[in-house]
Design a protein around this ligand. Structure first.
Ligand code: BV8
Ligand code: ZN
Length: 242
């Protein structure tokens, strides 16, 4: 950490778990237990049953509206400021769609998979940040009469062009790549650590479970990122959570 001059952090749902937001694999509970998230997070599911998919995303959005950033989010926003103050480059790349990194004060966040807070009209493509939860109709409609969909990247959909490009650039230039709270199985996000490693970066992982990335890391710290990240920054830089 102390030797790094350019850090890229990739986060997944594990970073939001300690805020009470279930991870992508554990999100199915109660009414949603019978559905497979990978099935619901697809354009096919939305065109087959837009009401069901809109209800699922609104349920998740309502969960997120009650969540606040946890020590992992706060540690990462501190690390960004600390890196910038010391003239180092820092990029936060997230697979999460909950915007808890934004709430924690991180900036310049590269949202690979969009966000469930922005909904887009299928007819006129107008995008609107929907802050009021829950919706009153499913799916919500645009003023032009079109149906709105969540502004997330579904399986089988391309990631936002500019964001993926900026992310690949950052990953290829960093000297430290931190993979935090992700199962490292969804591509192209899961490929970033590999391209960073090919360019000589040191790879570290903080995750509750081992992942396919673990054997390729220089350091793999197993446990809760809300505990490990603040402790790591405390030991490296004397970070003390506010
Ligand atoms: C694309 C938004 C092409 C929606 C998401 C076969 C091989 C390789 C690839 C493929 C393949 N078949 C299909 C593909 C492509 C596919 C893919 O990778 N599939 C995988 C499943 C094999 N990828 C795509 O489809 C992508 N698009 O390839 O397009 C293309 C190109 C050009 C033109 C047209 C098309 C799009 C992928 C994006 C999908 N959208 N999310 C939504 O959220 O509803 S993905 C979703 O799952 C999340 O965003 C996240 O990215 C992903 C994985 O979730 P994680 O964040 O990792 O969370 P998860 O629950 O999995 O794990 C949490 C981890 O945290 C766990 O390991 C747990 O142990 C740990 N943890 C828990 N608590 C804690 C903790 N760790 C620390 N502390 C804690 N407290
Ligand atoms: Zn419209």
């Amino acid at each position: 950490m102390q030797d790094a001059s350019s850090i890229v952090v990739l986060t997944g749902a594990g970073v939001s778990a300690e805020s009470g937001v279930p991870t992508f694999r554990d999100v199915q509970e109660g009414l949603w237990a019978r559905y497979d998230p990978a099935e619901l997070a697809t354009p096919e599911a939305y065109s087959r049953d837009p009401e069901l998919v809109a209800r699922w995303y609104d349920w998740r959005r309502t969960l997120c509206s009650k969540a606040s950033p946890n020590p992992a989010h706060l540690a990462l926003s501190w690390l960004e400021r600390f890196s910038r103050e010391n003239g180092h480059r820092f990029n936060l790349v997230t697979q999460n769609v909950d915007r808890l990194h934004h709430a924690a004060g991180s900036t310049g966040i590269l949202e690979l998979h969009g966000t469930l807070w922005i909904w887009r009209c299928l007819r006129c493509a107008e995008e609107r940040e929907e802050r009021v939860v829950p919706f009153t109709e499913y799916p919500p409609r645009c003023s032009c009469g079109g149906l709105r969909r969540p502004g997330v990247v579904w399986f089988g959909e391309a990631l936002p062009e500019g964001i993926l490009e900026a992310t690949n650039q950052a990953a290829s230039e960093c000297d430290l790549f931190l993979s935090v709270g992700t199962s490292a199985v969804v591509y192209p996000a899961a490929g970033l650590a590999h391209s960073a490693r090919r360019r000589g970066a040191r790879i570290a992982e903080i995750n509750a479970q081992p992942t396919p990335l673990s054997p390729l890391t220089h350091w793999s710290l197993q446990g809760n990122c809300g505990e490990i990240l603040p402790e790591l920054l405390h030991q490296a830089f004397g970070y003390a959570p506010a």
